[in-house]
Write a protein that binds this ligand. Sequence first.
Ligand SMILES: NCC(=O)CCC(=O)O
Ligand SMILES: [Mg+2]
Length: 334
Amino acid sequence: MTTPFPQSFPRTRLRRLRQAPWIRSLTGEHVLTPSDLIWSMVVHDGSDPKIPVGSMPGLFRLNVEEAAKAARRARELSIPAIAIFPHIDPAHKDEMGSEALNGEGLIPRVIKSMKDAAPEVGIICDVALDPFTSHGHDGVIDANGYVLNDKTSDLLVRQALVQAEAGADVVAPSDMMDGRIGAIRDALEDGGYANTMILSYAAKYASGFYGPYRDAIGSATALKGDKKTYQQNPANSDEALREVAMDIAEGADMVMVKPGLPYLDIVRRVSETFAVPTIAFQVSGEYAQIKAASQNGWIDGDRVMMETLLSFKRAGAAGIITYFAEEAAAALGA
Ligand SMILES: NCC(=O)CCC(=O)O
Ligand SMILES: [Mg+2]
């Protein structure tokens, strides 16, 4: 790194600017506020209001009524948006993920009840088939278990339209099929949903950090194999820029990098390269490891939560999808 002017000790003592809270605050380069947070929320279609998720201490699957209450809570905490993910009864899963296209299904019902409860809060919907398929993949598979790109994309278009119709503000395809952003954008335009936003999971890596999420939505036991033929190789960085460039060209309004912390370099490259809001997803495994270490007394969980969230801002993220949203927003507002 080159510095713009020479600095030498003792004329320059960088610690001068760290000596008291007021000067640290004044010279702080980044701040985290509740408006940076997107609440990652798992919903279910049963009658139990809240079902704990074992591998994610503090996280509950919420039923439709609780989800509506949570939307009011988000408004109260100034959290701008909620990203919803469904836990689907295994009886409703099949090879094609047909339940994803049900206009009376769980997600459309949750969208409507949240929008009734707190219309000011943005609703972001996951467009992907994995919560709905009996095999746990994000798309339709052939006889060899290969996820078929274009067939899957056709279904994702229909799923996105169902969500838009139900009142979703943002559809967020998380499947990593090629070309689906353009197909969804065209369908939204043609269907009268020109203002429905697309948040593309543009650079989504095949990661071990998604394990607890698969428990949360109940796809862990279902999943056969891995997702390496569609999600990105963790070895790659340039490839993420190609993914993002294509999704922007196809009509994405915002792009996502996922997971979060292990991919901060990608968040930085994407946010610097493209003039488009970049969202980081602090995924379930990132949440679980902080919670677990904290429960063991090995780290200060609240402090690490805030430090990681701030690090996304430092890397250039416009917002962070996180299971910590409620906790962090409450702490920031306190
Ligand atoms: N499509 C949504 C996810 O895959 C979430 C992953 C996680 O939180 O681990
Ligand atoms: Mg892509």
